[in-house]
Design a protein around this ligand. Structure first.
Ligand SMILES: Nc1ncnc2c1ncn2[C@@H]1O[C@H](COP(=O)(O)OP(=O)(O)O)[C@@H](O)[C@H]1O
Ligand SMILES: [Mg+2]
Length: 260
């Protein structure tokens, strides 16, 4: 790869990072502006960590404070009791997962969360690091000395045979090169490799066909990871113990999952 290619790669990644930093900056800026104007500052979530994952009387609003998304939500995720979150588009599912990930703090109530390194967060559009396939797989918490055979095996497991047989140290612009479905499988490979105590999957398999999605979830349930998923396909229900349905007008309903 030439120098100019590498530069454009850096710039593309830099844009993603800048967008993230800018949106966090806007949140901080908003809080400061409200303080300066003498307006009441948006109430902030109380966060208790490290603790097993739970929310108590959680109320979430959009970052601009314009709209309340979720009201008085309480649930606990006991180890192995995986939770599936459903609800129509725009209802606040991703906002809830961002709150759990610690990226969203406009609201009230209490969030209990494990330590950051005990949780892996898989958004719908995976975050791919700049670097080699090996670095993708190891991001963010894997043991850097993981042997090559293990890395190749996990790529096979998520149905990425071409990548499994390629040079793991070749650097490429993976976000540009791979389809979203392939990126999602790569992110899932991280999950199967790292097997964190907790994982949050926000429509993390949405670009895959049902068969591939089912295969991945089947493998995930064979690990010790406790997961919270956002998803739509009825075929996902069987892999979860509870279903949280978010409704319009900030309603919610928690039920035991039954797949029939
Ligand atoms: N940064 C933001 N600023 C203002 N509104 C936002 C922001 N992020 C999301 N929203 C709004 O919050 C609502 C819930 O979004 P989201 O949680 O992504 O929904 P879902 O994942 O259920 O489709 C949407 O109406 C969305 O437009
Ligand atoms: Mg969403």
């Amino acid at each position: 790869m030439g120098v100019s290619d590498s530069l454009s790669l850096i710039i593309i990644q830099f844009e993603q990072l800048t967008a993230l930093v800018a949106s966090i900056g806007r949140l901080n800026g908003l809080a400061q502006a409200l303080q300066v104007a003498g307006e009441p500052v948006q109430p902030q979530l109380e966060v208790i960590s490290p603790a097993p994952l739970a929310v108590e009387n959680l109320t979430l609003s959009t970052p601009d404070g314009q709209r309340r998304l979720i009201r008085n939500l309480s649930f606990k995720v006991f180890p192995g009791q995986h939770l599936l979150i459903g609800g129509t588009s725009g209802v606040g599912k991703s906002s809830l997962t961002r709150a759990i990930a610690g990226l969203w703090s406009v609201g009230s109530g209490t969030l209990y969360r494990p330590q950051r390194q005990d949780m892996l967060f898989l958004p719908q559009r995976p975050y791919l690091v700049l670097g080699s396939l090996r670095q993708q797989l190891l991001y963010p918490h894997a043991d850097p000395t993981t042997d090559e055979a293990t890395l190749r095996q996990v790529l096979q497991q998520v149905q990425l045979p071409q990548l499994a047989n390629s040079d793991l140290d070749a650097v490429d612009d993976w976000a540009q090169r791979l389809s979203v479905g392939e990126q999602q499988r790569l992110a899932f490979a991280r999950l199967l490799l790292q097997q964190p105590p907790y994982a949050v999957l926000d429509e993390a398999t949405s670009a895959l066909d049902e068969e591939n999605e089912t295969r991945l979830y089947g493998q995930l349930t064979n690990t010790a990871t406790t997961f919270v998923s956002v998803g739509h396909r009825p075929s996902l229900v069987q892999y979860h113990r509870y279903i949280l349905e978010l409704g319009i007008h900030q309603t919610w309903r928690l039920a035991v999952a039954t797949s029939d």
